[in-house]
Design a protein around this ligand. Structure first.
Ligand code: IFM
Length: 458
């Protein structure tokens, strides 16, 4: 017997992308260079040697792409703004052509009754700012506020949903500590300073967005990994506490007025990543700024982490995680499919931090299933992944979590950062030779979910 889970009225159904991953046109119409333009050109940084130079060519195909969104029944589209398209040098001179591109995009979305959900920073920092030192510098946070101001002065009359940052853990730790993402550094003190300046720039930008975009909802998106210890041993419990602090609490705690977690500051001092005085990047007023009241918390969720203190990570700067689930239960990213983690996370976030509302701003799976002989792309594993995560989200709503929307990652197959085009997260297939867009079965399924405002469980 099938069971229906009906979502609340006005639940916002959408799909998400980001500028560098889909736009291409990396050097057109006055755009400046970003750290990803630079990083992807360094041999060995990207698994298949590719770059976002062309990606899905969305910069030229945006009209067709919006028509497709409409066909898929999306109520909202989450996308990001390429900072170097707007301020090629990171600050100062504004590139009108860049603003015009996003202005046309927003108008076309609205003309199709699709709500634009805008992320300001999804990792494509202007290279000019990285040349000065990038996020480890306070001046980059100041430049971000200028960027937020320029964009919201131009789009704020029509855009009423703003995300300051996408996944500051990635921007700071993958970029400056692990070094897998641009700018590719492996420097703990720099990464910790970067994390502070990313959060600070969020805090400073929120009032600017509110001023320029009256009545808008403003928030931030974090990526969370639900962490559990591999065993009840004291060592695994402690390693799990540390992982949770590093990945989750380091970012959410200061945003909700709790300062950086004291246990993590102590761990980082012990490890020599911070001086004995602690977080010296913090200046008076910073923590109050970071804890600014927001309208929502954006939650990106993909998998859980199982932590074993003695696990040997692939490299020194990665956490000690182990995989216990059989390989059939992983996506092609090597991430375990664990829908209950979304339920546990949403409940934990809401009841511990009390954001006024939450959106799942990313959730999805990488599977490379392509067209069969009939031309259809039967990505049943993705469909099941999405359905089971939506079911978990629905249970969280039933438990009292004010979840207001859900965005599939991703609308399109796209450039998956250091993995290049080897991973396909889209509900729409991209043929990178012809740039043809082919909706997968999951897209047809998602359209029905949106129409019914419900999922069906067997
Ligand atoms: O593709 C990324 C996205 O840019 C940020 N969140 C995770 C996705 C999958 O790795």
């Amino acid at each position: 017997m099938t069971r229906q889970c009906i979502f609340p009225d006005h639940f916002l159904w959408g799909a998400a992308t980001s500028s560098y991953q889909i736009e291409g046109a990396w050097n057109e119409d006055g755009k400046g260079e970003s750290i990803w333009d630079r990083f992807a050109r360094i041999p060995g940084t990207i698994e298949d040697g590719s770059s976002g130079d062309v990606a899905c060519d969305h910069y030229h195909r945006w009209r067709e792409d919006i028509a497709l969104m409409r066909e898929l029944g999306l109520r909202s589209y989450r996308f990001s703004i390429a900072w170097p398209r707007i301020l090629p040098n990171g600050r100062g001179k504004v590139n009108q052509a860049g603003l015009d591109f996003y202005s046309r995009l927003v108008d076309e979305l609205l003309a199709h009754d699709i709500i634009p959900f805008v992320t300001l920073y999804h990792w494509d920092l202007p290279q000019a700012l990285q040349d000065e030192g990038g996020w480890p510098l306070r001046s980059t946070a100041e430049a971000f506020v200028e960027f937020a101001d320029v964009v919201s002065r131009h789009l704020g009359d029509r855009v009423k949903h703003w995300i300051t940052h996408n996944e500051p853990w990635c921007a700071s730790m993958l970029g400056y500590q692990i070094g897998r993402h641009a700018p590719g550094l492996q420097n703990w003190p720099a990464a910790l300073a970067a994390s502070h300046h990313l959060l600070l720039s969020h805090g400073w930008a929120v009032p600017v967005l509110r001023r320029n975009s009256l009545g808008a909802e403003v928030g931030i998106t974090l990526n969370f990994t639900h962490a559990i210890p591999a065993s009840p041993s004291a060592a695994d419990l402690d390693a799990c506490r540390h992982f949770d602090g590093y990945f989750n609490r380091w970012f959410i705690d200061p945003l909700y007025g709790r300062h950086y977690p004291a246990d993590m500051v102590a761990d980082y001092i012990d490890a020599g990543y911070l001086p004995p005085e602690g977080m010296t990047a913090i200046e008076p007023g910073d923590l109050q700024a970071i804890a600014v009241q927001t309208d929502f918390l954006g939650v990106n969720y993909y998998t859980r982490a199982i932590i074993r203190s003695t696990a040997i990570p692939e490299s020194d700067n990665l956490p000690p995680t182990v995989q216990l689930a059989p390989q059939e239960e992983w996506t092609e990213m090597g991430w375990e499919v664990y829908p209950d983690g979304l339920y546990e996370l949403l409940v934990r976030l809401y009841f511990n931090y009390r954001p006024p509302k939450l959106y799942v701003t990313e959730n999805g799976a990488s599977y490379s299933d392509g067209a069969g002989s009939d031309g259809r792309i039967c990505d049943t594993r993705r469909q099941r992944y999405l359905r089971d995560h939506l079911s978990a989200a629905h249970r969280a709503i039933a438990a009292g979590v004010p979840l207001s929307g859900y965005f599939v990652w991703s609308l399109f197959d796209n450039f998956e950062w250091d993995k290049g085009y080897t991973q396909r997260f889209g509900i729409v297939w991209i043929d990178y030779t012809t740039q043809q867009r082919i909706p997968k079965e999951s897209a047809a399924w998602y359209r029905k979910v949106i129409e019914a405002n419900a999922i069906e469980l067997d």
